[in-house]
Design a protein around this ligand. Structure first.
Ligand code: SF4
Ligand code: SF4
Length: 494
């Protein structure tokens, strides 16, 4: 009989149990004491089944050993010694329905946040002198709705996210588009779910009324208490925005109770104080949840998180994740959305070939109606894959899928965190490494450290409060997300 050997997995412990994260299948496997003994024995090298049984027989019955070996082979944690057959590279050949369309209703902003990827030093789209209009017209917005409903295929619900620049600078078009989309969707038997991201400066009472009445999901870009918010989130004259946004956010939170409102924080080297930011935004301001994203920058910027900064970030995330675990074990809400979203991904167990839905289930529309990979590329001629008038260029989309598949990223092919990371955000790769095809190797340690932490939390919940995880059974998969080091992600698109 041929010898058996260990296959690819990542081990972690939680609540006194040992678990395996089975990398090719992205499944989590709880290990009993006999399976643990098998794994420990095989860690010394390949062994024949009979030899293994002999070694373990003083401690376990023959039935236990046979069952453990069968389970481990079924889970593909153990297999015949020798190189495993490579998994086939699967590229979707059929048209994947669009899940989320992000509509950039303007590329203008009334703030001048230093780190902004759209206006700052790392911008890839010329929003001042380029060919795109500064504001999307009502007609292009209607065409975007028609495009979305066409591309949604059989999906009963289409998701439209309004984005900018500062989204609310084009409130009249946004408002008219919601009405048009509801009417067109009803005519074709679909629903539309709306959301938007805003810097909160333009949340006037009538805007808040509209958002609440129309049940529009809102994410606020805010960096924390006054001195942190005012470091980078400033008006064009350099004045901090905290005093303007704080009362408006409170008014929104008081009135808009039809959907939970989330905050999305950009972390920089100078504002890396996660617990304090979290506490301010949840306890003092009243946000339901907070997602954190390390700033996307080219290396060397003053505000970039680099080197030890990622260790610090990981230590702070871990501390807050422990609070999340404690609350979740008692079925209390905790608003650290980065953990929740990663738990959802672990629970759903998809080994991703692509880091996000960009160019597949998620697309971004520029103010002129050109369709790009996602909102961050909207308006960039190099990343356009169609237009709302002429539809998606299927050839360009297929070429994108072929060149961005995880198998094309040599370093990622052997990384245990690849089912969740898959190389990371294309926009960040483009900013950091000059190409959307590049893996984000500058943050691998952070990604692996954070994935490990989330696996531990998942294991602890699976062992001690499995009911908590049931909320993820039917949760929709995210079609895309903002770059937050990919897996420390927040679904808020900012
Ligand atoms: S970018 Fe790094 S962490 Fe992510 S899959 Fe690739 S090697 Fe792994
Ligand atoms: S992860 Fe990056 S490329 Fe993907 S949707 Fe988010 S911003 Fe776009």
């Amino acid at each position: 009989m041929s010898a058996l050997a260990l296959r690819e997995f990542h081990t972690f412990e939680a609540a006194g149990h040992r678990f395996l994260y089975l990398v090719p299948s992205a499944a989590v496997f709880a290990v009993d004491s006999c399976s643990e003994a098998v794994l420990d024995a095989l860690a010394e090298g390949p062994q024949a089944e009979g030899e293994l049984a002999r070694r373990l027989s003083p401690r376990f019955t023959e039935d236990e050993i046979v069952e453990a070996l069968a389970d481990l082979q079924r889970a593909r944690a153990v297999g015949p010694a020798g190189p495993a057959a490579p998994a086939p590279k699967v590229i979707p050949l059929t048209h994947i329905p669009l899940q989320t369309l992000v509509v950039n209703v303007t590329n203008q902003c009334n703030l001048a946040c230093t780190y902004c990827y759209e206006y700052g030093e790392d911008k890839i789209v010329d929003t001042e002198n380029g060919k795109q209009p500064k504001f999307m017209s009502a007609e292009t917005a209607r065409e975007s709705v028609d495009f979305m409903l066409r591309e949604a295929g059989g999906n009963p619900t289409a998701h439209m996210t309004f984005f900018g620049g500062e989204t609310l600078l084009n409130f009249p078009v946004l408002k008219a588009t919601v009405a048009y989309a509801r009417e067109r969707a009803a005519a074709v038997g679909k629903d539309v779910d709306f959301s938007l991201t805003t810097n909160a400066t333009l949340l006037r009472p009538e805007v808040i009324d509209f958002l609440a009445t129309e049940r529009i999901g809102v994410t606020i870009s805010i960096d924390g208490p006054e001195e942190l918010q005012n470091k980078f989130r400033v008006f064009h004259n350099g004045t901090g925005s905290y005093d303007v946004v704080a009362p408006k956010i409170k008014a929104l939170l008081a009135r808009h109770t039809t959907r939970p409102i989330g905050a999305r924080v950009t972390l920089t080297r100078q504002t890396l104080d996660i617990r304090r930011i979290f506490q301010h935004l949840t306890e003092e301001m009243g946000f339901w949840e907070v997602g954190f994203a390390p700033v996307t920058t080219a290396p060397g910027r003053d505000y970039a998180i680099a080197g030890n900064g990622f260790d610090d970030l990981l230590a702070q995330f871990r501390a807050l994740a422990q609070d999340f675990l404690e609350a979740s074990l008692q079925n209390r809400h905790h608003g650290f959305s980065n953990v929740r979203e990663t738990l959802q991904e672990i629970h759903q167990g998809h080994a991703k070939a692509y880091p996000c839905g960009a160019g597949i289930g998620l697309m971004g529309v520029a103010t002129d109606g050109e369709v790009a990979l996602c909102h961050r590329f909207a308006g960039s001629a190099d990343h356009t894959i169609g237009s709302v008038r002429d539809g998606v260029d299927r050839g360009a989309q297929q070429a994108f899928l072929a060149s961005h598949h995880i198998d094309e990223k040599t370093d990622c092919r052997t990384c245990w965190a690849r089912p969740i990371c898959a190389g990371g955000c294309y926009h960040e790769a483009n900013t950091r490494h000059g190409a959307t095809t590049a893996p984000n190797l500058h943050y691998c340690e952070w990604i692996r450290g954070w994935t490990h932490t989330c696996l531990e939390i998942y294991g602890a919940l699976a062992a001690q409060n499995p009911g908590f995880l049931r909320q993820f059974d039917d949760a929709p998969q995210a079609a895309g997300h903002e770059s937050t080091g990919t897996l420390a992600r927040t679904e808020a698109i900012v």
